[in-house]
Design a protein around this ligand. Structure first.
Ligand code: ATP
Length: 473
């Protein structure tokens, strides 16, 4: 028997849902406010929660993280209004187990609850078999929902021995995450061996990966253990796996199947049992279609797929990452910790970061060097090129007061600093959305109902957007 909590201010609905829950032989608890519901979830061993979105004391979706952090980490099923696609979408984005319309039939409700409880039973028994100790994040900073999803996947991947493929734009932290998979796995005390497929000359790849014996070729003046053999019992990290020459992909596939290698010039086979983690910023599926990456190899390397989001989609993580690296830099260089002015962060947030965290770290290093012994970082310490680019984009977007009413102007970039189209598009859309929302809230005098009617948005969607852009209402 499971314990199911229903949080809805509609007493009749609470009553009818409780009956459905009890008829499935579960215990039902009810709460008419968010406050009461959170208290019950904190106190009791709750397995599942039916959660309304609009409650008298707040928005249910915003309370989702708190509910999921309750001691029993219940599965949450969101109750949405009839035909509310925004609510359904938000429920899923925010990590609910499922959503169900308030008018759903008894059968649908019972089935959704049964599925959530079955998933929960399986999850609990898997955790009992493989208890997950707190994840060692290996210096990875970030708390945004997208990053938390990535940490969840690292925890799951680390608990197994299956291969992991990490994708993401350049500088998003692929190597850092590969190290985290290793550091959290049972292989953590064995070697973590990196192979940068992009930087090894094609003529040397084979001997570097497989090793060679003395005299195997001109210049082979001694035996050399290959990187694959070095990774025995540990983790082999193939960075930029898309660059692995076609000629070697077949041989490497055999290594994955048989776990044995023959060093160049040797008759002996060497055994190596390693966990494989690969990374790439290329589209391997597209490479398979164009015939430059083997389909069978792709199948073998991505039992788990981890897609790292670009920095521009990580919200306030940017500030946290920046603060982390500023503190690290000051510590490493023996300087006093520096303060940061809020407009310093404002400028950082206006940039689209096509080079992601790596670009941010480089920019911060430059700012810290140029600030010398001054105790606080100001925008003037940032590289001139970056400030100029941000200023240009701001003006062309009408952020400058004198241009605020002007027509939309496409920002111009100097040819050397063109961002990727996707980065540009994301930034422009996010800025346009934020501007619209500010105008919308100002125009409706902060009246959320009026703003929803004007924008054609549901309240939950509007709240989520305001939260995303940090706009008060
Ligand atoms: N979430 C994060 N928190 C703190 N630092 C990070 C984070 N992500 C990346 N970094 C830092 O950014 C830099 C680049 O990270 P990393 O080398 O792992 O990226 P990558 O995706 O492998 O890059 P590339 O595609 O160019 O190989 C490193 O200095 C790393 O420490």
């Amino acid at each position: 028997m499971a314990r199911v909590l229903i949080i809805d201010d509609d007493e009749t609905l609470c009553y009818s849902l409780s009956r459905v829950v009890r008829s499935a032989d579960h215990e039902a608890l009810t709460a008419q406010t968010l406050h009461e519901g959170l208290a019950l979830a904190e106190a009791g061993d709750v397995d599942a929660v039916f959660l309304d979105v609009r409650l008298p004391d707040g928005n249910g979706l915003e309370a989702l993280p708190a509910l999921q952090k309750a001691p029993s980490a219940p599965e949450v099923i969101i109750l949405t209004g009839l035909g509310d696609p925004d609510g359904a979408e938000l429920a899923m984005i925010n990590g609910a187990w499922d959503y169900i319309e308030k008018t759903a039939s008894k059968k649908e409700i019972t089935l959704t609850l049964a599925r959530a409880l079955q998933y929960r039973r399986e999850k609990v028994s898997a955790m009992e078999r493989n208890p997950v100790v707190a994840l060692n994040r290996e210096g990875i900073v970030g708390e945004s929902p997208v990053m938390n999803d990535c940490f969840d996947l690292v925890a799951r991947a680390a608990a197994s021995d299956a291969s992991v493929l990490i994708t993401g734009e350049t500088g998003t932290g692929k190597e850092l995450f590969a190290r985290a998979v290793h550091a959290n796995s049972l292989r953590q005390d064995a070697p973590f061996v990196i192979v940068d497929c992009a930087s090894i000359p094609e003529s040397l790849v084979e001997s570097l990966l497989f090793g060679h014996v003395k005299g195997a070729f001109t210049g082979a003046d001694r035996d050399r253990v290959g990187l694959i053999a070095q990774a025995h019992n540990g983790t082999l990290f193939l960075d930029e796996v898309g660059e692995l020459p076609m000629s070697l992909q077949k041989a490497f596939l055999r290594v994955l199947q048989e776990h044995t290698i023959r060093p160049v010039g040797s008759r002996e086979m060497v055994t190596s049992h390693f966990r494989l983690v690969c990374a790439t910023n290329r589209d391997l599926e597209a490479m398979v279609k164009e015939g430059t990456f083997r389909k069978d190899l792709l199948y073998r390397i991505h039992a788990f797929s981890l897609e790292l989001p670009p920095l521009r989609q990580r919200g306030t993580d940017l500030r946290e990452i920046a603060s982390y690296h500023i503190a690290r830099f000051c510590k490493e260089t023996g300087r006093d910790q520096k303060g940061v002015s809020s407009d310093f962060f404002d400028v950082l947030e206006k940039h689209s970061w096509p080079g992601n965290v790596r670009e941010l770290v480089n920019v911060l290093d430059q700012a810290l060097i140029s600030s010398r012994h001054e105790p606080t970082l100001f925008p003037k310490h940032l590289p001139m090129k970056l400030r100029a680019r941000v200023a240009r984009a701001r003006v062309s977007h009408g952020d400058h007061p004198s241009e605020a009413q002007g027509p939309e102007v496409t920002p111009h970039y100097d040819p050397e600093a063109m961002p990727p189209l996707q980065a540009y598009r994301d930034r422009v859309c996010a800025e346009a959305e934020a501007r619209y929302l500010k105008d919308l809230m100002a125009g409706s005098g902060g009246n959320v109902k009026k703003a929803c009617a004007t924008a054609g948005l549901s309240q939950s969607r509007l709240y989520a957007l305001l939260k995303r852009h940090d706009i008060s209402h």
